[in-house]
Design a binder for this molecule. Structure first.
Ligand SMILES: Nc1ncnc2c1ncn2[C@@H]1O[C@H](COP(=O)(O)OP(=O)(O)OP(=O)(O)O)[C@@H](O)[C@H]1O
Ligand SMILES: [Mg+2]
Length: 324
């Protein structure tokens, strides 16, 4: 065993100048102070964040936002990734689908944060609906000042991970031989520092849920090992584990229509939605352990159906069927 390997796995920062209370040079206390200085938000904030890119933050944010709207909740969705705009695009396509099919789809109201500042984020929430039940924040997959604020604002923080030790490293490191958790990963450290500061200011906890995504049943043995590691990390870093979504082509294909499996039952003459996919989305929501606001059917049913040519509607429906 080389000295370098030992050092890398010992969890000993040694003479490294790394200060865990400073996040990329910014004190965690200042980030939380920036949030604490603003009027308390009425909606429950759910932030989807992980410093790892491409793990499914936007996919899960989209499904949770739509699932909450299906429950009659007033939902605001804000895309913090102003370059990719995945969440915004999905929800825009959803509006187009509703129009093309002439149906009402329960939907969040949404926006992109065009300027990455805390003031603009709060203004955007209040402009969209200060009295919404939920705000969904979809963060870009890299650390930045607005990324840290979105984490600091979270009542519920959702972190998707793929079943890979590479992804788990960002949460925390486990000794590969003993399996003992040794130190926080970069994102785990960010969450820990911001949680500590929130606690010191009595701002209420950040409920952290790590959700597996793109799980493939063919990888059972490997997933068993990843599950074991996740359970150890969950104790060490105080998060819950959500079951998440399996790998399904339909999750990708339905994006271009802004649809989830929950919506398929609302489309006349559409094939029956797969029960297992609907169940996965329902379980994802259950795992977040949210309390729901007063149920208001009017929110979901208010939109009048658009008048659409029968032929155009048939073509559109056929395209959705092809995607399933
Ligand atoms: N459960 C799933 N089944 C199949 N494909 C999925 C699933 N979840 C996500 N994907 C696909 O994985 C890719 C990355 O997903 P997504 O864009 O949601 O990740 P992200 O974490 O938001 O990425 P970024 O860090 O770039 O913002 C996309 O192609 C998406 O369609
Ligand atoms: Mg994204």
């Amino acid at each position: 065993m080389t000295a370098m390997w030992k050092r890398a796995h010992s969890g000993d920062a040694g003479s490294s100048p790394f200060d865990p209370s400073r996040l990329d040079g910014e004190a965690a206390g200042n980030i939380v102070a920036d949030i604490a200085a603003r009027p308390r938000l009425h909606p429950h904030v759910i932030t989807f964040a992980n410093e790892k890119g491409g793990v499914g933050k936007s996919t899960l944010a989209f499904h949770v936002a739509v699932a909450l709207a299906h429950k009659g909740q007033k939902v605001i969705a804000i895309d913090l990734d102003r370059r990719q705009r995945t969440l915004e695009r999905g929800l825009t396509y959803r509006q187009g689908t509703a129009t093309n099919l002439g149906i009402a789809l329960p939907s969040p109201i949404f926006s992109v944060l065009d300027h990455p500042s805390t003031a603009v984020l709060y203004q955007t929430i209040n402009r969209l609906n200060a009295y919404a039940h939920f705000v969904i924040l979809d963060a870009a997959g890299a650390d930045s000042p607005i990324f840290r604020r979105a984490v600091a604002m979270a009542d519920t923080l959702v972190t998707p991970v793929n079943a890979s030790f590479l992804d788990l490293e960002l949460l925390g490191h486990l000794n590969p031989v003993t399996g003992v958790p040794e130190r926080a990963g970069c994102f785990g450290q960010t969450v820990a520092s911001l949680r500590e500061e929130r606690l010191a200011r009595e701002m209420g906890p950040i409920e952290w849920v790590v959700v597996k995504n793109r799980v493939r049943s063919a990888e059972k043995r490997h997933i068993g090992r990843v599950d074991e590691a996740l359970e150890k990390l969950a104790i060490a870093h105080d998060f819950r584990i959500g079951q998440g979504l399996t790998e399904r082509v339909a999750f990708r294909e339905l994006f271009q229509f802004g649809l989830t499996h929950l919506d398929l039952g609302l489309i006349p003459e559409m094939i029956r939605p797969q029960q297992s996919s609907r169940q996965e989305i329902a379980s994802l929501l259950d795992d977040l352990n949210l309390s729901f606001g007063k149920w208001e059917r009017a929110t979901a049913a208010a939109k009048p159906a658009a008048r659409v040519l029968r032929r155009a509607r048939q073509d559109f429906r056929a395209a959705i069927s092809n995607a399933l």
